[in-house]
Ligand binder design. Structure first.
Ligand SMILES: [Zn+2]
Length: 78
């Protein structure tokens, strides 16, 4: 993908993407557009996010920060 295509994608994600927030701290992890194709759900916009994903139930995914130091709910105040 070229620089121009990446810029167009960023603009579209800003306009159409849904913010996906950390379940623990509420901070936005990334903005994504979900696309369902065949047996897969793809989150366009989540390609570079470093997040943990878990199934809470058959139809409920939860997202969290992977790195504890990036998550304000896990930050220890000394
Ligand atoms: Zn967090």
């Amino acid at each position: 993908m070229g620089a121009r295509q990446r810029a167009i994608k960023r603009t579209l994600l800003r306009a159409l993407g849904h913010p996906v927030r950390c379940e623990l701290c509420g901070e936005t992890l990334f903005r994504a557009v979900p696309v369902v194709a065949r047996g897969r759900v793809k989150l366009i916009g989540a390609e570079c996010a470093l997040v943990r994903v878990d199934f809470d139930s058959m139809n409920h995914l939860s997202f969290r920060h992977v790195q504890a130091d990036r998550c304000s709910s896990q930050r220890v105040v000394a």
